[in-house]
Design a protein around this ligand. Sequence first.
Ligand SMILES: C[S@@+](CC[C@H](N)C(=O)[O-])C[C@H]1O[C@@H](n2cnc3c(N)ncnc32)[C@H](O)[C@@H]1O
Length: 218
Amino acid sequence: MSAHRHQLTDEEAAAMFEPPSWEERYSGEETIWSGNPNPQLVAEVSGLTPGRALDVGCGEGGDLIWLARQGWRVTGADFSANGLARAARHAEQAGVAVRTDWWQVDARTFAADGRSYDLVTTHFLHPPDGGMVEVTSRLAAAVAPGGHLLVVGHAPSEVFAQLTASHRRAMFLAADLLPSLSGTFEALAVEQRPRTMTREGVSVHVQDSTLLAHRRHE
Ligand SMILES: C[S@@+](CC[C@H](N)C(=O)[O-])C[C@H]1O[C@@H](n2cnc3c(N)ncnc32)[C@H](O)[C@@H]1O
C-alpha cells in the first residue's frame, strides 16, 4: 500500500480493494513489488519438503518463483488478470514456468472444491473490514492433511496512520486469525515479527503478523 496524498472518500477507499483498482495498478510497464520473496516465507518454508503449493494474492509472482526454485509445484492465485499475466511472464523469465499454473479467483469467495495443497500461503492480501478471518478459513480448507498454512500481513501501526480507516481496518494481528482454524490445525507461530521496509525512499519499522499452522493427519 502506498501513502495517499489526498483524503480519499469512503467510496474511493472501498474501490481500492476491488479488482478494477488492482487491474489498473498492474496495467503499466513498471513492476510494483521487488521480486524478492517475502522474508517470513523464506523463514518458514525453507525447511519444508517441497510438494504442491498455493500462493493466494500472488501479485507479480516473487514468492511463487522462489517456491518453484525450491522445487515446489505452485499455483498462483489472484483476482487480477493483469497481475497473473505479470507473474506468468516473470515465471517464464525465471525459467520456472513448467512448475507453475494460475487461478483467477477472489479470496473472499474462494472455495477449495476438492483441491488440496501441502502449503497454502498468502502475503499482504488485506481484504477490507476484518475480512482476513473469513479468507483464512477458506484457505485453511485447501490445506492437505500434513500440510501447512502461512498467512502474513501488516500489523496495525502508527506507521500507517496516514492511510484510510478502511486500509487500517484491513490490517490484523496473527491471533485475530486463530478462530479460522478448525481443531485439525496446530498453530506453530502466532506473532508479530519486526521488519524494516522502505517506503518512498525512507526506512520504516513495521511488524509482519505471522500465522503458521500445521494440519494434522486425521
Ligand atoms: C499487496 S499485494 C501483495 C502481492 C504479493 N503477495 C507480495 O507479497 O508481493 C496484494 C495482492 O493481492 C491481490 N488481492 C487483493 N485482494 C484480493 C482478493 N480478494 N482476492 C484475490 N486476490 C486479491 C491483489 O491483486 C495483489 O496482487
